[in-house]
Design a protein around this ligand. Structure first.
Ligand SMILES: NC(=O)c1ccc[n+]([C@@H]2O[C@H](COP(=O)([O-])OP(=O)(O)OC[C@H]3O[C@@H](n4cnc5c(N)ncnc54)[C@H](OP(=O)(O)O)[C@@H]3O)[C@@H](O)[C@H]2O)c1
Length: 236
């Protein structure tokens, strides 16, 4: 029999925004929080006894299959883990660009497909992919837009297309599986990645709280919309 509680899995729950999600979820009643980590995290298990931590590296098939085997049912999958630094495409090796694609595009593809059976086992069926304003072609092509998104932006834009394709495939007739599949830009968050731009980003748990509030309101009809953490929409 299905558990009445909501089961939410956060990919990349070791630190930063992902850990913010796990902490926030443990404060939500009737929610079982699962965070994935690449290395055993005994300190986190001690700090957050209500959360479960699973080992998983998105870039590794066997690791993803093994993690998915431990989660037979899932309501919400949050793909949060990513790799991001300052790597302009014209001065970065193709091998480095490949690393971005491996982690930020192929990783989410592998994870989403592996966890589809668990999501199909419940009715909620939400897939949330943490995107970035760096993914927005409209922003990046704007001559007056600020920073260069570089290799990270290439991978995040590809990830957005992956999300749109997954949303369309899962919700197309006649099956129409009623999935809610969205990319969400979290804004500027004070994490290892966000702090590369200096101090001043949002607190990770506060940002996670806002995103979870938004996710709770989303339905299948909202799929393939590019959201910002505050519920407004982003240009593709
Ligand atoms: N911070 C911002 O201002 C900002 C702005 C826009 C978008 N974002 C997006 O928000 C999300 C979270 O970013 P963050 O700022 O929290 O980044 P972060 O502080 O760099 O943390 C990255 C997380 O991803 C995990 N990760 C990296 N590679 C992985 C892999 N192969 N498999 C599984 N997990 C992996 C890391 O695990 P380890 O601890 O094992 O390395 C860590 O938990 C990302 O998708 C990022 O692109 C952030």
């Amino acid at each position: 029999m299905s558990s009445p509680e909501q089961i939410v899995l956060v990919v990349g729950g070791s630190r930063g925004l992902g850990l913010g999600f796990v902490k926030q979820l443990t404060q939500t009643s009737a929610t079982r929080a699962i965070g994935t980590v690449r290395k055993p995290a005994p300190d986190l298990e001690k700090e957050l006894p209500n959360a479960k931590f699973l080992l998983m590296d998105m870039t590794d098939d066997a690791s993803v299959v093994a993690a998915a085997a431990q989660v037979p049912e899932l309501d919400v999958l949050i793909i949060n883990g990513a790799f991001g630094a300052r790597d302009p495409v014209t001065s970065t090796s193709t091998a480095t660009l490949q690393t971005y694609l491996e982690t930020n595009v192929l990783g989410p593809h592998r994870v989403i497909n592996a966890f589809l059976p668990a999501l199909r086992a419940r009715k909620t069926r939400k897939i949330v992919v943490i995107a970035s304003s760096s993914a927005s072609l409209a922003f990046q092509a704007e001559p007056t837009s600020g920073g260069l998104a570089g290799s990270y932006g290439v991978s995040k834009a590809a990830l957005n297309m992956l999300v749109v394709q997954i949303a369309k495939e899962l919700n197309r007739p006649p099956a129409n599986e009623a999935f809610t599949v969205v990319p969400i830009h979290p804004g500027w968050v004070a994490t290892d990645m966000g702090n590369q731009h200096g101090p001043g980003g949002q607190d990770p748990q506060e940002a996670a709280k806002k995103i979870l509030e938004l996710v709770a309101t989303l339905e299948s009809k909202d799929s393939a919309t590019f959201y910002k953490f505050d519920g407004t929409t982003m240009p593709w």
